[in-house]
Write a protein that binds this ligand. Structure first.
Ligand code: NAI
Ligand code: MG
Length: 334
C-alpha cells in the first residue's frame, strides 16, 4: 500500500511543488485507499470538543501541537481508546514535503489524561486566535470548522437517513438517496466605509465592551457581493455607498464558518449623517485617523477598563481593512 502512496505522490510530480501538493491533496480526497495510507504517516492536530491542543514554547508563546500518527496511536492506547478513533481523522492539508495533515477530535476521551500525555492544553478556539501566530490560526480554524461540520451533518436533510463520510472527510453521502454533501461556508461582506477623512465602525451588543469593527452582513440567496455591500450599509447605518473596492478574503469560523469578502467603500461627505438600525447594531460612529491609529498602536491590556476604542485582533480581516485605511489616508502604523 505504501507503493500506492508513493505512486500518488509521483503522479503529481510536475515543475511546480505547489501544483504537485495541490494535486496530491486532491488525490487523497478522491481515493480512500490512498488517503488511508497517508493517514498512517501524517501530521496530526488534535481537538477536544472543538478546542485545539496547544503547547507552550520555551518563550511562553503558544503553538499548535503537531503530532505524528504514531504519537496519536500510542495516546489512544495509553488512555484506553481503541485505534479505530483514528479513522475519524479529517484531512486539512499537507506539508511542503507532501506529508498529509489531519485533525481529530478526541472529545469522547478524558481531556486531562490526553493533555498530560501530550504535554499541552486544549484551548477554546476564540481564545486560541489571540494566542496563535497569524500563520497557524487559519489551519486551526479550518480544522475546527471541518470537525464541527462532520459533528452536525450526520443525517441527510432530505431523507433523514444517516450520511457517511469519505476517508478524507471532504464530503458526506446519504446512505439511501446518494445525495452528496460538502462542507459549507456562508458568504459575508465586510466593509470599511470612509467619507474621505473618517472611517465608520460599528459594534453589536455581543462584542466585548469598547470593541468596534467594520460593518458586516451575510449575503442573501441570489445576491452579488456588490448588492450585499450596498444593502448592508443602507440597512445598518442608513448610508448610500458611492463606490467600493475589493481588498481580501478570509475564512472566519465563528459562529458557523463565514467566508468574509472584505471591501473598502466610500460615501459622500455631504451625505454622511448616520441613521443606525439599533436592532442590528448597538452603536456606530465615525472615527478620525488619529483615534484609529491610537487604537492600533495600543491594543487593550487584558486588565482594567477597556480603552474608548478597541479593534478586532490582528487575525481578523476587519483589522486588515482598518490598517489599510490608515495607510491609504497617510497614517503610519508601527
Ligand atoms: N472577521 C472579522 O473581522 C469579522 C467577522 N464578522 C462575522 O461576519 C458575520 C456576519 O456578521 P453579522 O453582522 O452578524 O451579519 P448580519 O449583519 O447579516 O446580521 C446577522 C443576521 O444575519 C442572519 N444570519 C445569520 N446567519 C446567517 C447565514 N448563515 N446566512 C444568512 N443570514 C444569516 C441572522 O438573522 C442574523 O441575525 C458573522 O459570522 C461575524 O462573526 C463580523 C465582524 C468582523
Ligand atoms: Mg451586520
Amino acid at each position: 500500500m505504501l507503493r500506492v502512496l508513493q505512486t500518488a505522490r509521483l503522479s503529481t510530480r510536475c515543475s511546480s511543488s505547489f501544483v504537485s501538493r495541490m494535486r496530491f491533496l486532491n488525490g487523497l480526497k478522491q481515493n480512500d485507499d490512498v488517503c488511508s495510507v497517508a493517514l498512517q504517516d501524517a501530521r496530526m492536530f488534535l481537538f477536544h470538543r472543538l478546542s485545539p491542543l496547544l503547547q507552550r514554547n520555551p518563550q511562553g508563546t503558544f503553538r499548535t501541537a503537531e503530532l505524528r500518527t504514531s504519537d496519536v496511536q500510542s495516546l489512544l492506547e495509553n488512555i484506553g481508546s481503541d485505534r479505530t478513533l483514528l479513522q475519524e481523522s479529517v484531512l486539512i492539508g499537507c506539508t511542503g514535503q507532501n506529508q498529509a495533515q489531519f485533525c481529530l477530535d478526541i472529545g469522547s476521551l478524558d481531556q486531562a489524561a490526553a493533555e498530560k500525555v501530550c504535554g499541552g492544553t486544549f484551548v477554546d478556539l476564540r481564545k486560541s486566535f489571540f494566542l496563535l501566530s497569524r500563520r497557524e490560526a487559519p489551519l486551526v480554524a479550518k480544522a475546527q470548522a471541518l470537525l464541527r461540520w462532520h459533528q452536525t451533518s450526520g443525517f441527510c436533510s432530505a431523507t433523514g437517513q444517516p450520511t457517511h463520510r469519505n476517508q478524507a472527510g471532504s464530503q458526506r453521502t446519504c446512505s439511501s438517496s446518494g445525495i452528496i454533501y460538502y462542507p459549507k461556508m456562508s458568504p459575508v461582506v465586510i466593509v470599511l466605509v470612509s467619507d474621505g477623512k473618517r472611517c465608520l465602525l460599528g459594534r453589536q451588543a455581543s462584542f466585548p465592551r469598547g470593541m468596534y469593527s467594520a460593518l458586516a452582513g451575510f449575503c442573501d440567496m441570489g445576491e452579488t457581493l456588490e448588492e450585499t455591500l450596498i444593502r448592508e450599509v443602507a440597512e445598518e447605518v442608513g448610508l448610500e455607498v458611492q463606490s467600493f473596492s475589493f481588498s481580501s478574503s478570509q475564512h472566519w469560523p465563528f459562529p458557523q464558518s463565514s467566508f468574509m469578502m472584505a471591501c473598502h467603500a466610500s460615501v459622500s461627505p455631504a451625505h454622511s449623517q448616520l441613521c443606525v438600525d439599533h436592532s442590528e447594531l448597538e452603536d456606530a460612529r465615525w472615527f478620525s485617523q488619529q483615534e484609529v491609529l491610537a487604537a492600533l498602536q495600543s491594543p487593550p491590556s487584558h486588565r482594567g477598563d477597556p480603552p474608548a476604542l478597541w479593534l478586532p485582533p490582528k487575525h481578523a480581516v476587519a483589522h486588515r481593512l482598518i490598517t489599510e485605511w490608515t495607510q491609504e489616508t497617510g497614517g503610519v502604523v508601527e
